[in-house]
Design a binder for this molecule. Structure first.
Ligand code: CU
Length: 510
């Protein structure tokens, strides 16, 4: 309590900036912060599991940057395998984005690499973009504080969600695609076989030939895993959810059998930073008896939206302000869509009785959808402007064979979409499949400007869910960050089987 009070006094004081400069966090102004990528063993429901970790100088997961601090980071690969880490949602120069382009290959074991750019404030995260390492928890929070947040006198609580299996990621992909583990392993590394150096004539709607690995897969008679579930949709529509049958869902690396208990003050005020770092699972965040206010999505401010349950698609983040009522224990859970399975943490004041939470929610959750998205309005929307270019991207694919594509093309056999610096770009995403897809654009923040054909002055963000057929989303952004940029579904197994393309600025020398 005393320590918290001191912190608040510090942050409220006019000398905050000066004092913060003296703290270890701000030390990186002159020398890079060390971020180690390695392996560790965690306990999952009583069984040990070897997973990756990304740890900052304080030994904690990920990085927390002070207001105004540069992202000046020395990434050290202490794992036995090559890796490359993507700073999800940040807007660095493309050569620092952490994507395995030929110009920016993965780091060999033992290698280091320095990154240095001005970060944008908010709740971000980092994850491997190499093979399927993300599934093995090569993921961590990336929190960039801003001055206004520092002044708001709220306890910061980070809640990072994961899906977990004791099977290897290659085994999971082999199960989905009906291939051998060896073929699945080779398939997952296709992400490094990047597109041809020169854009060919655009053929946006023609189906392109699948790679040899994909062709083999298509005839192998893939079987869905037992975890696959279907939800009845509108009318006769069929909807697929949860490709993978996971062993557990983690909240800050723990399950509800032994959840993290976060100490909070009586009648305390908190900023809950929720990060969906799962590889292929979407959740409804449930605040139990509390009402929260969503004030930012994917790090970008929105006009506050109050509620007790919020959907969070893969890779998305929610900043939720909580004002706690007096004393007690307050579970914050995340329920897997279309099931009763859940994970979570417990906020508790000192001495509060903490009841055990069942691993199953009382009722079946709905599929994650854009009901929240439709209510969001950016606090800093794009300027009003007609688009210079509109690209249409059709999302397709299915479970049998298990393969997913953009405009009929499977990564890396894609044709890059070409952008010119200075353009206002609009992208119309049209879902022709029975699954929802969380689509992520690297290196740019975009605004959601239409949902299912209805114009909105929506959120600015980096990952947007496109609901199942006939779902559509229109986004807009300004082409202000020249380079090569990946655009992909953030369901790891959809990306690994082809659902990725490239936005390439003209004039970029490959
Ligand atoms: Cu997808």
């Amino acid at each position: 309590m005393k320590m918290l009070f001191s912190r608040r006094q510090l942050l409220a004081s006019g000398a905050a900036a000066t004092m913060l400069a003296g703290l270890p966090e701000a030390h990186a102004q002159t020398s890079a912060k060390r971020l180690a990528a390695g392996t560790r063993v965690i306990d999952v429901n009583g069984k040990p599991a070897r997973v990756f970790h990304l740890s900052g100088p304080d030994g904690k997961p990920g990085l927390r940057l002070a207001p105004g601090e540069r992202f000046n980071v020395l990434l050290a690969n202490e794992a036995a395998v090559p890796t490359i880490i993507h700073w999800h949602g940040q807007l660095p120069p493309w050569t620092q984005d952490g994507f395995p382009w030929p110009q920016t290959p993965p780091l060999a074991p033992g290698a280091t690499h320095v990154y240095d750019f001005a970060p944008i404030p908010g709740t971000y995260w980092m994850h491997s973009h190499r093979g399927l390492q993300e599934q093995s928890l090569m993921t961590a929070p990336l929190i960039v504080r801003d001055v206004a947040e520092a002044r708001e006198d709220r306890q910061e609580i980070v809640l990072m969600l994961h899906d977990f299996s004791f099977r290897t990621p290659d085994e999971l992909l082999a199960g989905l695609t009906g291939t051998s583990v060896a073929v699945a392993g080779a398939m997952s590394e296709m992400m490094e076989n990047v597109p041809a150096p020169v854009p060919r004539a655009a053929t946006p709607h023609s189906a392109m030939a699948m790679s040899s690995a994909m062709s083999g897969m298509a005839t192998s008679g893939s079987s869905m895993t037992s975890g696959s579930s279907s939800m009845p949709g509108m009318g006769s529509m069929h909807m697929d959810l949860n490709d993978v049958d996971y062993h557990a869902f983690l909240a800050n690396d723990r399950t509800l059998a032994d959840p993290e208990v976060v100490r909070v003050e009586r009648a305390g005020r908190a900023r809950l930073r929720v990060i969906n770092g799962a590889s292929s699972s979407q959740f409804w965040l449930d605040l139990g008896g509390l009402t929260g206010r969503v004030v930012a999505v994917d790090g970008h401010g929105v006009i506050p939206v109050s509620g007790r349950r919020f959907p969070i698609a893969i890779a998305q983040r929610l900043d939720i302000l909580l004002d706690l009522p007096d004393a007690g224990a307050f579970p914050v859970t995340a329920e897997l869509e279309g099931t009763r399975r859940r994970t979570g943490i417990i906020l508790a004041t000192s001495g509060a009785a903490i009841a055990e939470l069942a691993g199953m929610a009382p009722g079946m959750t709905q599929p994650v959808d854009n009901s929240l998205e439709a209510r969001l309005r950016a606090t800093a929307p794009l300027t009003s402007r007609k688009p210079d270019v509109v690209h249409q991207i059709v999302l397709s694919g299915g479970m049998q064979p298990y393969a997913w594509s953009l405009n009929g093309a499977f990564w890396p056999k894609i044709t890059p979409l070409v952008l010119t610096k200075g353009q206002r770009v609009e992208i119309e995403l049209i879902n022709h499949s029975t699954m929802a897809h969380p689509m992520h654009l690297h290196g740019h923040s975009f605004q959601v400007i239409a949902l299912n054909g209805r114009p909105v002055n929506g959120a600015v963000r980096d990952t947007v869910l496109v609901e199942p057929m006939p779902g559509s989303v229109r986004i807009a952004f300004d082409a202000v960050n020249p380079g090569r940029w990946a655009f992909h579904c953030h369901n790891l197994y959809h990306m690994a089987t082809g659902m990725m393309t490239e936005f390439r600025y003209d004039g970029i020398v490959i």
